[in-house]
Design a protein around this ligand. Structure first.
Ligand code: B12
Ligand code: SF4
Length: 491
């Protein structure tokens, strides 16, 4: 009997939109890497890439990936003690529900465990403690919390031990489960305890990913978050977990029961060994996926710069920061991080960076509890201009903002549009995108709603006036957003 199958579910997108982006299912590969060290038998099933072109239409949505019938067949054939599903995205609620339902209908009696950011945010609701049917997922036994900072690995290991030894679930930290119709949430590890786990993390078990011609299959899709990757193959790297800040629109900012809030870096030695491995595999582009690569203190910046230097020594050709870099980190210690990136560009590396502008109004930045101000943003753009970075083809810059945040006036939204339009004018090569604010489970704007929430499938304009504003802006800067059709390469 296999101990555990870790599943990335099929991906749900709105009808009429491009096929979904494909990135390696890193969260479950991290879990697998950790469990293998303890001698558990684990496999990964990536339902998205196992049949990417198979599309099921349900109402106004399409679901890409291996059909549930086939998925259940393949999972049951491996006879697992437990099935763990990565419920990362609210948008995938439909596919996760259908998969759990199909597994139970097919008679699967083992434990079904959900984990991942969205599962953690909705832990008790998923287990039935909710006024909204949409949030409940019948058939799930346990939700693993401890999102982000590393407790996922720790809790899952303890949970599997418990399931194998048939001992009390109360002994497992950082989980939610049902006991006599009541949802029980056990205490999380402390930040210090989780820190010990994060330091021990060696990296994801990439050898479990499907491969083709020596490359893991994900490079064949060449369509990650932040524009096309020029140099293939690529891989993601997480050097740290979590974030110390409290931005109101972001799950990282929330200190919800069962979560561990904070930031910590993995051991630099272990990160270097992982980079060695990636270089040996011929990886050309590294996507640094951290929420907060620069940390929040000068010594964190020092480590960040050492990591960048190490990557450069290994002849990696490009480094992307698809989740942006905090504005604080960019200006801290006399622009140390930006200077390092400039230095790497001069050495011939391609760098793609995103600046999280968020709003062009200081008052809105305050409502959002952002750790930056307009003045700090201006300093970043001044640096980029003064140092001539945007004149270099190998430096790519994005800027992101949003409108429609609760408490923002129409005039303040207009200020954001003006700020972004001014950036577009000043820097012909910048990609300045404006989105509509979207409340996701776990943040106050979601919790406060008294209508049944539906997973929003794309950025929805909150009112007609705002929509007009953003549409006019997008028409003006439209050339900046030409993206290739996200279609997998032939294989
Ligand atoms: C990389 C990333 C992406 C990648 C894809 C990642 C992938 N592997 O498929 C791309 C760029 C494609 C992407 C797209 C989107 N993303 Co994104 N993304 C992330 C990001 C930055 C990192 C996720 C990650 O890999 N973390 C590292 C791992 C190790 O940590 P982890 O995921 O928390 O996993 C740990 C635990 O949660 C737990 N765990 C995880 N899975 C499981 C499963 C089991 C069984 C168990 C027991 C435990 C467990 O253990 C893990 C190790 O400790 C997160 C923010 C963040 N830092 O988490 C946002 C985040 C997940 N994304 C988010 C969003 C909103 C989106 C989009 C919807 C954006 C959009 N409007 O298009 C799309 C949806 C795409 C889709 N449906 O496929 C939100 C999700 C909010 C929500 N509740 O839905 C997040 C949290 C960002 C945020 N701060 O708000 N994203
Ligand atoms: S700094 Fe970034 S990751 Fe941290 S809470 Fe704010 S938006 Fe989220």
């Amino acid at each position: 009997m296999l101990d555990l199958i870790l599943v990335r579910p099929r991906v749900v997108t709105p009808l009429g939109t491009l096929p979904p982006r494909v990135q390696p299912p890193d969260p479950i590969a991290y879990l697998a890497g950790y469990l293998l060290k303890f001698g558990y038998t684990v496999k990964i099933k990536d339902l998205l890439v196992e049949d990417y072109d198979n599309v099921e239409i349900v109402g106004n949505r399409k679901i890409n990936g291996l059909s549930d019938v086939m998925a259940v067949d393949r999972i049951l054939a491996l006879n697992p003690l437990a099935v763990g599903i990565n419920f990362e995205f609210w948008t995938d609620t439909l596919s996760v529900k259908l998969l759990v339902e199909s597994l139970r209908k097919a008679g699967y009696k083992g434990a079904i465990i959900l984990g991942g950011t969205n599962a953690s945010a909705l832990n008790r609701q998923i287990l039935g403690d909710s006024d909204f049917e949409q949030e409940k997922i019948l058939g799930v036994d346990i939700v693993v919390n401890n999102r982000n900072v590393g407790g996922g690995e720790y809790s899952l290991e303890k949970l599997l031990y418990c399931l194998k030894e048939v001992s009390n679930l109360r002994e497992v930290p950082g989980i939610s489960y049902k006991e006599e119709d009541k949802v029980i949430t056990t205490n999380s590890l402390t930040l210090e305890e989780v820190g010990g786990v994060v330091k021990e993390i060696t990296g994801p078990a990439r050898h479990l990913y499907p491969r083709k011609d020596g490359m893991d299959i994900y490079s064949y899709y060449n369509n990650p978050f932040s524009g096309p990757v020029k140099f293939l193959p690529f891989a993601s790297l997480f050097t740290s977990r979590g974030c110390p800040y409290n931005c109101g629109f972001c799950l990282e900012g929330k200190d919800t029961p069962g979560f561990v809030k904070g930031w910590m870096r993995r051991s630099c030695e272990k990160i270097f060994r992982e980079i060695d491995l990636l270089a040996k595999e011929g990886i050309k582009t590294i996507l640094i996926q951290d929420e907060n690569f620069g940390g929040y203190q000068p010594n964190h910046l020092e480590e960040a710069c050492n990591i960048l230097d190490y990557i450069a020594q290994k002849r990696i050709k490009a480094i992307y920061f698809p989740n942006a870099v905090n504005v604080q980190s960019m200006i801290m210690d006399d622009f140390k991080l930006l200077r390092k990136l400039k230095n790497l560009v001069e050495m011939g590396l391609t760098i793609r960076l995103a600046v999280p502008v968020e709003s062009g109004s200081d008052s809105v930045l305050k409502i959002m509890e952002k750790p930056h101000s307009i003045n700090m943003l201006n300093k970043v753009f001044y640096f980029v201009e003064k140092e001539g970075l945007l004149r270099r083809e190998s430096f790519e810059l994005e800027a992101w903002a949003m409108v429609g945040y609760p408490g923002e006036s129409f005039g303040q939204a207009g200020k954001t549009i003006k700020y972004m339009a001014a950036l577009a004018k000043r820097f012909p090569r910048i990609e300045p995108a404006v989105f509509y604010f979207q409340p996701v489970p776990g943040i106050i704007a979601y919790e406060g709603r008294d209508i049944p929430p539906e997973p929003q499938l794309e950025s929805q304009p909150p009112n007609g006036k705002l929509k007009g504003l953003v549409e006019r802006y997008n028409r003006k800067v439209k050339d900046r957003f030409k993206r290739p059709n996200f279609k997998p390469m032939d294989f």
